[in-house]
Design a protein around this ligand. Structure first.
Ligand SMILES: Nc1ncnc2c1ncn2[C@@H]1O[C@H](COP(=O)(O)OP(=O)(O)OP(=O)(O)O)[C@@H](O)[C@H]1O
Ligand SMILES: [Mg+2]
Length: 151
């Protein structure tokens, strides 16, 4: 089931991340799909907050592929940004595979991953796209496997 939400501000996207973060078990892979400035990092900052991690510490890992955080909830957050690797990454990445099932993995530019990644469970695919109406609007589609209560 796909949940569709219209976010009307950066704060709202952050809050949606936080709300979903509160529903996580601690083993999810979260695929963040969307272009530059779509809101992927903001959403990850919301997830971080839900785990007791200072969201200001969470910045896109541009020079490293992965940033690792641990907060008050004792759940590790791996934050991965694939932008630098470019589209159509062939094969699997140890930076992801080595951590599956042990903490939450947020992956920006997940559209660059090969298809086999999207069969992993539990996982949540979050797709961000601009909404034509307003520069601050984002359509956010959420597909969780297994399903989670979002609203
Ligand atoms: N509804 C909204 N949701 C998310 N961000 C918004 C929204 N409206 C405006 N913005 C702005 O869009 C930008 C989103 O930045 P963010 O770093 O989260 O994007 P990103 O998808 O991670 O981009 P990148 O691919 O460069 O890493 C911020 O500057 C934010 O203030
Ligand atoms: Mg980002």
């Amino acid at each position: 089931m796909i949940t569709r939400i219209l976010s009307k501000s950066a704060d709202e996207t952050y809050s949606i991340g936080e709300k979903i973060g509160n529903r996580l078990t601690g083993k999810e892979v979260i695929y963040l799909v969307g272009d530059l400035g779509a809101g992927k990092t903001l959403f990850t900052q919301g997830i971080a907050t839900s785990l007791g991690i200072d969201p200001h510490e969470v910045v896109s890992p541009t020079f490293t592929l992965v940033n690792e955080y641990m907060g008050g909830k004792n759940i590790r957050l791996m934050h991965i940004d694939l932008y630098r690797l470019g589209p159509s990454i062939p094969g699997r990445l140890p930076e992801i595979d080595d951590f599956i099932g042990d903490g939450i993995i947020c992956i920006e530019w997940a559209q660059y991953l090969e298809q086999s990644y999207f069969d992993i469970s539990p996982s949540i695919t979050v797709t961000f796209s601009l909404s034509g109406d307003n520069d601050d609007y984002r359509n956010i589609n959420i597909n969780a496997i297994p399903a989670i209560e979002i609203k």
